[in-house]
Design a protein around this ligand. Structure first.
Ligand code: F6R
Length: 260
Protein backbone atom coordinates (compact mmCIF):
# COMPACT_ATOMS: atom_id res chain seq x y z
CA UNK A 1 0.00 0.00 0.00
CA UNK A 2 1.18 3.53 -0.73
CA UNK A 3 0.23 5.70 2.23
CA UNK A 4 0.08 9.38 1.35
CA UNK A 5 -0.28 11.63 4.40
CA UNK A 6 -1.26 15.17 3.47
CA UNK A 7 -1.64 18.31 5.59
CA UNK A 8 -5.12 19.11 4.32
CA UNK A 9 -8.01 17.46 2.53
CA UNK A 10 -7.46 19.84 -0.38
CA UNK A 11 -3.93 18.51 -0.92
CA UNK A 12 -5.35 14.98 -0.78
CA UNK A 13 -7.97 15.88 -3.36
CA UNK A 14 -5.15 17.08 -5.61
CA UNK A 15 -3.47 13.66 -5.32
CA UNK A 16 -6.64 11.90 -6.50
CA UNK A 17 -7.30 14.45 -9.22
CA UNK A 18 -3.76 13.87 -10.50
CA UNK A 19 -4.39 10.12 -10.64
CA UNK A 20 -7.64 10.65 -12.59
CA UNK A 21 -5.97 13.15 -14.89
CA UNK A 22 -3.18 10.70 -15.74
CA UNK A 23 -5.67 7.87 -16.25
CA UNK A 24 -7.76 9.90 -18.71
CA UNK A 25 -4.58 11.02 -20.47
CA UNK A 26 -3.26 7.50 -20.98
CA UNK A 27 -6.63 5.77 -21.49
CA UNK A 28 -9.48 8.08 -22.56
CA UNK A 29 -11.93 5.12 -22.70
CA UNK A 30 -11.18 4.19 -19.09
CA UNK A 31 -13.54 2.87 -16.43
CA UNK A 32 -13.56 5.01 -13.29
CA UNK A 33 -15.10 3.61 -10.12
CA UNK A 34 -16.85 6.34 -8.13
CA UNK A 35 -17.75 6.46 -4.45
CA UNK A 36 -20.48 8.68 -3.06
CA UNK A 37 -20.48 10.27 0.38
CA UNK A 38 -18.44 13.10 1.83
CA UNK A 39 -14.87 11.86 1.34
CA UNK A 40 -14.55 12.25 -2.46
CA UNK A 41 -16.48 15.54 -2.67
CA UNK A 42 -13.43 17.82 -2.56
CA UNK A 43 -11.80 15.75 -5.30
CA UNK A 44 -14.95 15.87 -7.41
CA UNK A 45 -14.92 19.67 -7.12
CA UNK A 46 -11.33 19.75 -8.40
CA UNK A 47 -12.20 17.38 -11.25
CA UNK A 48 -15.12 19.65 -12.19
CA UNK A 49 -12.82 22.70 -12.12
CA UNK A 50 -10.35 20.94 -14.39
CA UNK A 51 -13.18 19.92 -16.73
CA UNK A 52 -14.44 23.54 -16.87
CA UNK A 53 -10.94 24.63 -17.85
CA UNK A 54 -11.09 22.05 -20.66
CA UNK A 55 -8.22 20.03 -19.19
CA UNK A 56 -10.08 16.72 -18.89
CA UNK A 57 -12.56 14.86 -21.03
CA UNK A 58 -14.77 11.96 -20.00
CA UNK A 59 -16.36 11.70 -23.46
CA UNK A 60 -15.12 8.14 -23.96
CA UNK A 61 -14.98 7.08 -20.31
CA UNK A 62 -17.37 5.00 -18.23
CA UNK A 63 -18.19 5.60 -14.57
CA UNK A 64 -19.40 2.85 -12.27
CA UNK A 65 -20.87 3.22 -8.80
CA UNK A 66 -20.04 1.03 -5.84
CA UNK A 67 -23.45 0.74 -4.32
CA UNK A 68 -27.07 1.85 -4.08
CA UNK A 69 -29.84 1.80 -1.50
CA UNK A 70 -32.62 -0.74 -1.93
CA UNK A 71 -36.13 0.65 -2.22
CA UNK A 72 -35.37 4.17 -3.42
CA UNK A 73 -35.41 4.95 -7.11
CA UNK A 74 -32.63 6.50 -9.21
CA UNK A 75 -34.32 9.92 -9.06
CA UNK A 76 -34.78 10.00 -5.28
CA UNK A 77 -32.69 12.88 -3.94
CA UNK A 78 -30.73 10.55 -1.60
CA UNK A 79 -30.13 7.76 -4.10
CA UNK A 80 -26.46 7.33 -4.84
CA UNK A 81 -27.10 7.57 -8.58
CA UNK A 82 -28.86 10.90 -8.16
CA UNK A 83 -26.18 12.14 -5.74
CA UNK A 84 -23.29 11.37 -8.07
CA UNK A 85 -25.13 12.92 -11.01
CA UNK A 86 -25.71 16.12 -9.03
CA UNK A 87 -22.24 16.29 -7.51
CA UNK A 88 -20.24 15.20 -10.52
CA UNK A 89 -21.30 13.42 -13.66
CA UNK A 90 -24.07 15.73 -14.93
CA UNK A 91 -21.46 18.49 -15.13
CA UNK A 92 -18.94 16.36 -16.99
CA UNK A 93 -19.00 15.42 -20.67
CA UNK A 94 -19.58 11.77 -19.66
CA UNK A 95 -22.34 10.32 -21.88
CA UNK A 96 -25.32 9.56 -19.61
CA UNK A 97 -25.44 5.96 -20.92
CA UNK A 98 -21.89 5.54 -19.58
CA UNK A 99 -22.91 6.00 -15.94
CA UNK A 100 -23.57 2.57 -14.44
CA UNK A 101 -25.08 1.79 -11.06
CA UNK A 102 -27.09 -0.96 -9.40
CA UNK A 103 -30.87 -0.41 -9.45
CA UNK A 104 -32.21 -0.71 -5.91
CA UNK A 105 -35.79 -0.84 -7.21
CA UNK A 106 -35.29 -3.73 -9.64
CA UNK A 107 -38.12 -6.28 -9.32
CA UNK A 108 -35.61 -9.12 -8.95
CA UNK A 109 -32.79 -7.81 -6.77
CA UNK A 110 -30.70 -10.96 -6.99
CA UNK A 111 -30.84 -10.83 -10.79
CA UNK A 112 -29.92 -7.14 -10.56
CA UNK A 113 -26.76 -8.01 -8.59
CA UNK A 114 -25.77 -10.54 -11.27
CA UNK A 115 -26.56 -8.01 -14.02
CA UNK A 116 -24.28 -5.46 -12.35
CA UNK A 117 -21.40 -7.93 -12.10
CA UNK A 118 -21.92 -8.74 -15.80
CA UNK A 119 -21.82 -5.02 -16.64
CA UNK A 120 -18.49 -4.59 -14.84
CA UNK A 121 -17.11 -7.61 -16.70
CA UNK A 122 -18.40 -6.33 -20.06
CA UNK A 123 -16.64 -3.01 -19.46
CA UNK A 124 -13.38 -4.87 -18.90
CA UNK A 125 -13.09 -4.06 -15.19
CA UNK A 126 -12.39 -0.88 -13.28
CA UNK A 127 -9.16 1.04 -13.92
CA UNK A 128 -9.19 3.28 -10.86
CA UNK A 129 -11.63 2.72 -8.00
CA UNK A 130 -12.18 5.61 -5.60
CA UNK A 131 -13.17 4.54 -2.07
CA UNK A 132 -14.18 6.14 1.19
CA UNK A 133 -14.11 4.16 4.44
CA UNK A 134 -16.93 3.78 6.95
CA UNK A 135 -16.34 4.42 10.65
CA UNK A 136 -16.87 0.65 11.07
CA UNK A 137 -14.22 -0.11 8.42
CA UNK A 138 -16.62 -0.80 5.55
CA UNK A 139 -15.76 -0.23 1.90
CA UNK A 140 -18.65 0.02 -0.50
CA UNK A 141 -21.39 -1.19 1.82
CA UNK A 142 -19.48 -4.29 2.84
CA UNK A 143 -20.13 -4.19 6.54
CA UNK A 144 -18.00 -6.01 9.15
CA UNK A 145 -18.22 -9.81 8.75
CA UNK A 146 -18.51 -9.52 4.95
CA UNK A 147 -16.78 -12.26 3.02
CA UNK A 148 -13.45 -11.02 1.69
CA UNK A 149 -14.23 -12.68 -1.65
CA UNK A 150 -17.81 -11.46 -1.92
CA UNK A 151 -19.31 -10.29 -5.20
CA UNK A 152 -22.10 -7.76 -5.81
CA UNK A 153 -24.98 -8.68 -3.52
CA UNK A 154 -27.61 -7.48 -1.06
CA UNK A 155 -26.42 -6.36 2.35
CA UNK A 156 -28.09 -5.14 5.52
CA UNK A 157 -26.60 -1.93 6.92
CA UNK A 158 -25.39 -1.82 10.52
CA UNK A 159 -27.03 0.61 12.97
CA UNK A 160 -23.76 2.57 12.96
CA UNK A 161 -23.79 3.06 9.19
CA UNK A 162 -27.47 4.01 9.16
CA UNK A 163 -26.75 6.60 11.87
CA UNK A 164 -23.67 7.87 9.96
CA UNK A 165 -25.72 8.26 6.78
CA UNK A 166 -28.79 9.84 8.39
CA UNK A 167 -27.29 13.21 7.43
CA UNK A 168 -28.08 12.47 3.77
CA UNK A 169 -31.81 12.00 4.51
CA UNK A 170 -34.45 14.38 5.89
CA UNK A 171 -35.27 11.86 8.65
CA UNK A 172 -33.02 9.17 10.21
CA UNK A 173 -35.84 6.62 9.86
CA UNK A 174 -35.77 7.11 6.09
CA UNK A 175 -32.29 5.52 5.75
CA UNK A 176 -32.93 2.19 4.04
CA UNK A 177 -31.92 -1.00 5.84
CA UNK A 178 -30.75 -2.73 2.70
CA UNK A 179 -28.35 -1.96 -0.13
CA UNK A 180 -26.84 -3.50 -3.22
CA UNK A 181 -23.07 -3.25 -3.06
CA UNK A 182 -20.12 -4.43 -5.06
CA UNK A 183 -18.51 -7.18 -2.99
CA UNK A 184 -15.03 -7.00 -1.53
CA UNK A 185 -13.86 -9.44 -4.21
CA UNK A 186 -15.42 -7.20 -6.85
CA UNK A 187 -13.63 -4.12 -5.49
CA UNK A 188 -10.33 -6.00 -5.34
CA UNK A 189 -10.63 -6.68 -9.09
CA UNK A 190 -10.04 -2.96 -9.82
CA UNK A 191 -6.59 -2.34 -11.24
CA UNK A 192 -5.82 0.57 -8.88
CA UNK A 193 -7.70 1.43 -5.70
CA UNK A 194 -7.50 4.87 -4.10
CA UNK A 195 -8.93 5.18 -0.60
CA UNK A 196 -9.60 8.68 0.76
CA UNK A 197 -10.09 9.48 4.45
CA UNK A 198 -10.29 12.80 6.26
CA UNK A 199 -10.83 13.75 9.88
CA UNK A 200 -10.48 12.09 13.26
CA UNK A 201 -13.58 9.90 12.90
CA UNK A 202 -11.65 7.94 10.25
CA UNK A 203 -8.41 7.52 12.26
CA UNK A 204 -9.37 4.20 13.89
CA UNK A 205 -10.73 2.48 10.77
CA UNK A 206 -7.73 3.70 8.72
CA UNK A 207 -5.32 2.33 11.34
CA UNK A 208 -7.11 -1.02 11.33
CA UNK A 209 -7.31 -1.16 7.54
CA UNK A 210 -3.65 -0.33 6.90
CA UNK A 211 -1.81 -1.82 9.87
CA UNK A 212 -4.23 -4.26 11.46
CA UNK A 213 -4.77 -7.91 10.58
CA UNK A 214 -6.67 -8.77 7.40
CA UNK A 215 -10.06 -9.56 8.83
CA UNK A 216 -13.71 -9.57 7.83
CA UNK A 217 -14.29 -7.45 10.94
CA UNK A 218 -12.56 -4.58 9.10
CA UNK A 219 -13.52 -5.05 5.44
CA UNK A 220 -11.10 -2.32 4.28
CA UNK A 221 -8.20 -4.44 5.61
CA UNK A 222 -8.78 -6.69 2.56
CA UNK A 223 -7.09 -3.94 0.53
CA UNK A 224 -3.79 -5.22 1.98
CA UNK A 225 -4.24 -8.15 -0.42
CA UNK A 226 -4.36 -5.85 -3.46
CA UNK A 227 -1.18 -5.12 -5.42
CA UNK A 228 -1.87 -1.43 -6.09
CA UNK A 229 -3.61 0.61 -3.42
CA UNK A 230 -3.06 4.28 -2.63
CA UNK A 231 -4.38 5.46 0.74
CA UNK A 232 -4.64 9.24 0.96
CA UNK A 233 -5.25 10.59 4.47
CA UNK A 234 -5.06 13.93 6.19
CA UNK A 235 -3.20 14.35 9.49
CA UNK A 236 -6.29 13.68 11.63
CA UNK A 237 -7.15 10.47 9.77
CA UNK A 238 -3.49 9.37 10.04
CA UNK A 239 -3.48 9.73 13.84
CA UNK A 240 -3.57 5.96 14.53
CA UNK A 241 -0.94 4.97 11.98
CA UNK A 242 2.04 3.65 13.93
CA UNK A 243 4.34 3.97 10.94
CA UNK A 244 3.23 7.47 9.92
CA UNK A 245 6.81 8.86 10.03
CA UNK A 246 8.03 6.04 7.83
CA UNK A 247 5.29 6.63 5.25
CA UNK A 248 6.23 10.33 5.16
CA UNK A 249 9.90 9.45 4.65
CA UNK A 250 9.07 7.19 1.72
CA UNK A 251 6.83 9.83 0.17
CA UNK A 252 9.50 12.53 0.55
CA UNK A 253 12.02 10.17 -0.97
CA UNK A 254 10.00 9.08 -3.94
CA UNK A 255 6.44 10.19 -4.47
CA UNK A 256 5.41 6.89 -5.99
CA UNK A 257 1.77 7.82 -6.55
CA UNK A 258 2.82 10.56 -8.95
CA UNK A 259 4.00 7.90 -11.37
CA UNK A 260 0.58 6.28 -11.81
C1 F6R B 1 -20.14 5.27 -0.78
C2 F6R B 1 -19.66 4.10 -0.06
C3 F6R B 1 -19.28 4.15 1.38
C4 F6R B 1 -18.62 5.46 1.80
C5 F6R B 1 -18.29 5.42 3.29
C6 F6R B 1 -17.67 6.70 3.78
O1 F6R B 1 -20.44 4.94 -2.12
O2 F6R B 1 -19.60 3.06 -0.63
O3 F6R B 1 -18.38 3.09 1.64
O4 F6R B 1 -17.46 5.68 1.05
O5 F6R B 1 -19.46 5.16 4.01
O6 F6R B 1 -18.62 7.71 3.66
P1 F6R B 1 -18.21 9.25 3.82
O7 F6R B 1 -17.25 9.54 2.74
O8 F6R B 1 -19.50 10.00 3.65
O9 F6R B 1 -17.60 9.37 5.18
Amino acid sequence: MEIVIVETETSGAEVLTGIVRRLLGSKPACVLGLATGTSPRSSYRLILDARRRGELSFAKAHAVLLDEYVGIGPDHSSSYRRTIRTELTDSLDLPSANLHSPDGTAPDLLAECARYEATLARLGGVDVQILGIGTDGHIGFNEPSSSLRSRTRLKTLTKQTRADNARFFSDADEVPNHVITQGIGTILDARHVVLLAWGESKALPVGRAVEGPVTAMCPASALQLHPHVTVVVDLAAAAHLELADYYREIAADKPVWQQH
